[in-house]
Design a protein around this ligand. Structure first.
Ligand SMILES: NC(=O)c1ccc[n+]([C@@H]2O[C@H](COP(=O)([O-])OP(=O)(O)OC[C@H]3O[C@@H](n4cnc5c(N)ncnc54)[C@H](OP(=O)(O)O)[C@@H]3O)[C@@H](O)[C@H]2O)c1
Length: 236
């Protein structure tokens, strides 16, 4: 695990979606590291945050603000690709307004509302990072296969929302970063139905360690970018 020594010591790190495959794998090494004074995991299943309920996001942010330490790291590891009512669309024939709206609510609007309530808590000086997990399939320039309309479009929207917030953040917090990250294909419940053939998934622990390395090594030019798990910028 990266030592995260690029961050000033004794700050707060928050993982949103700490119940998920990737979220729990991000939370555990952060909680073990001595760099942060407090590491907080929030999730819908633990009853501490629901991305479709802005009040729950505001309440969670107020609880973080009440801790007497600067907020240095916010990781948004939530996301929705499929559940019993939603499957990624293989064709335009499967497009459905309610399902598209649900995908947008969890994958784009929810993280944007987290940015709304958590970015103002970042300190004005010293390194701080807001990173939302996106996906390379959200890249329009890299879309050669088609399919997965709603998830792709919601992740593209997430990238634009976070890029826009990064520009605003820079004005008041020049040392802070706001980025989206592509974790690679990771063995989690989200990817499980789709990894039988082709992409060999990496473990969530391995993926999380790579992403923490990317976060520890961010450079000024990376603000606002979508970065892959090696730290390289991906095309929009
Ligand atoms: N796995 C991959 O191969 C892969 C590839 C590219 C990108 N990603 C991205 O990586 C991120 C993490 O995904 P994962 O693979 O770890 O999936 P996962 O294990 O299914 O975790 C998804 C997380 O999202 C949370 N969530 C879903 N709806 C929510 C809502 N309305 N409010 C609050 N939390 C909600 C879940 O919370 P509860 O369990 O508490 O309900 C869970 O913690 C996602 O953004 C995903 O798009 C994953």
């Amino acid at each position: 695990m990266h030592n995260m020594n690029s961050f000033p010591p004794a700050g707060i790190a928050v993982v949103i979606g700490a119940s998920g495959g990737l979220g729990s794998a991000l939370f555990r090494p952060l909680a073990r590291s001595s760099r942060f004074g407090q590491v907080v995991g929030l999730s819908r299943s633990a009853g501490s945050i629901d991305l479709t309920n802005e009040q729950s996001i505001a309440t969670a942010a107020a609880a973080i603000k009440a801790i007497d330490m600067p907020l240095r790291l916010v990781l948004v590891a939530t996301g929705l690709l499929h559940d019993d009512q939603l499957q990624p669309e293989k064709s335009w024939r499967h497009l459905d307004a309610d399902r598209l709206a649900r995908s947008f609510a969890v994958n784009a609007t929810g993280p944007a509302l987290i940015a709304k309530h958590f970015l103002p808590l970042l300190p004005r000086e010293g390194k701080a990072v807001f990173a939302a997990i996106s996906a390379k399939v959200g890249s329009i320039g890299d879309n050669h296969l088609g399919g997965w309309y709603g998830y792709r479009a919601a992740k593209a929207a997430l990238n634009q929302l976070i890029h826009t917030a990064a520009i605003e953040l820079q004005r008041t917090r020049p040392d802070a970063f706001c980025v989206t990250l592509h974790p690679g294909t990771v063995a989690t419940p989200l990817s499980a139905p789709f990894t039988a053939s082709g992409h060999d998934p990496v473990t969530a622990e391995f993926a999380a360690a790579r992403l923490l390395g990317v976060i520890d090594n961010l450079r000024a030019a990376d603000n606002g970018r979508m970065l892959d798990h090696t730290g390289q910028p991906l095309p929009w």
